[in-house]
Design a protein around this ligand. Structure first.
Ligand code: C5P
Length: 303
């Protein structure tokens, strides 16, 4: 017979839901203009890593939020601005009485304010997880509008698949043919203020992102990504000189292509194989154990 303790473990595990909040990687980011409200118009080629934060959601007598993981401490004092709590509250407002109290556990494995969308991915995972837990969903357009209210990158993090995003990030087209890439994510653990990076941009009307329709296989894609840019890399590099250092380190360890993601400071290196990426991440960690190096595959567009 099941003891009462086992029974409660059993019911908790049945009603607990997990979501991955995958790191978002801007393979290219072109700043093409600015809206009257100050937001910048961007063309972005984006993929997602098979690595990120993890969120668990379960029913609870009252709302609760706990943090763990390598970067959990960094967020500890952030009660009012935490995007997970904002996402919970906005979704609850939209859903109404079905939205019972929840315990949310966030395992924060991604560095904060680092250009790989950790906060946006957490917010998107909260929307996905709570809709499952509360057994309801919003119509697609209402969900997209709610996500955009949380941040320009949240709509693309809801998809977490290779895509092109335009506008401020809300006009999304999937790119199922983008190949899986072997990558190392590297960050000197210096947080970067996104508004400050945009403020320092010298030119806001850069050429749009154009990708040939006939890209076939990884070599073609690497050439196309190599020909594109991240227009935020020069201003972020002025604020964090380690960005150039980390990029050179990735190249010295065999990266075929390196670039900064988002508004930085995380840079990625693309490697020929996952074994090469893992070897490079281990060697880089030996050189700078106080920085963040993570080998990861990117997600498949077709999955
Ligand atoms: O939307 P999110 O909160 O992630 O954006 C943070 C800040 O980055 C905005 O307040 C804005 O200053 C800047 N930003 C921008 N153009 C974008 C996205 C963000 O100017 N497309």
């Amino acid at each position: 017979m099941m003891s009462s303790e086992n029974r409660s473990d059993f019911s908790a595990s049945c009603s607990s839901i997990s979501e991955e909040a995958r790191a978002k990687i801007n393979l290219a980011l072109h700043v093409t203009g600015q809206r009257p409200d100050g937001y910048h118009l961007l063309d972005m080629l984006v993929t997602f890593a098979d690595h990120g934060d993890r969120l668990d959601f379960m029913p609870s007598p009252t709302d609760e939020f706990t943090l763990s993981g390598r970067f959990g401490e960094t967020l500890a004092g952030d009660g009012g601005t935490n995007l997970v709590l904002k996402a919970r509250d906005l979704l609850r407002e939209a859903i109404g009485p079905l939205a019972f109290p929840v315990r949310i556990q966030l395992e924060k494995n991604l560095p904060v304010a680092s250009g790989i969308g950790g906060g946006s991915a957490d917010a998107a995972a909260t929307l996905r997880g709570l809709m499952r837990l509360w057994g309801t969903s919003l119509p697609e357009e209402a969900l997209a509008a709610l996500a955009l209210k949380l941040g320009a990158d949240v709509p693309m993090c809801l998809a977490s698949r290779p895509l092109i995003a335009r506008g401020i990030g809300e006009k999304i087209e999937p790119v199922p043919e983008l190949p899986v890439l072997a990558m190392v994510l590297a960050n000197p653990l210096k947080g970067v203020s996104t508004p400050e990076v945009f403020r320092r941009l010298a030119t806001k009307n850069n050429p749009t992102l154009r990708l040939a329709p006939s890209l076939r296989g990884t070599a073609d894609w690497l050439a196309a990504i190599g020909a594109a840019r991240n227009d935020l890399e020069p201003p972020a590099g002025e604020m964090v000189p380690e960005i150039a250092v980390i990029s050179a380190m990735l190249q010295a360890h065999g990266a075929l292509l390196t670039r900064m993601s988002g508004s930085g400071a995380t840079c990625f290196g693309i490697f020929a194989t996952m074994a090469a990426a893992e070897d490079a991440a281990a060697a880089l960690h030996d050189e700078r154990s106080d920085w963040y190096f993570q080998a990861t595959e990117t997600v498949s567009g077709g999955a």
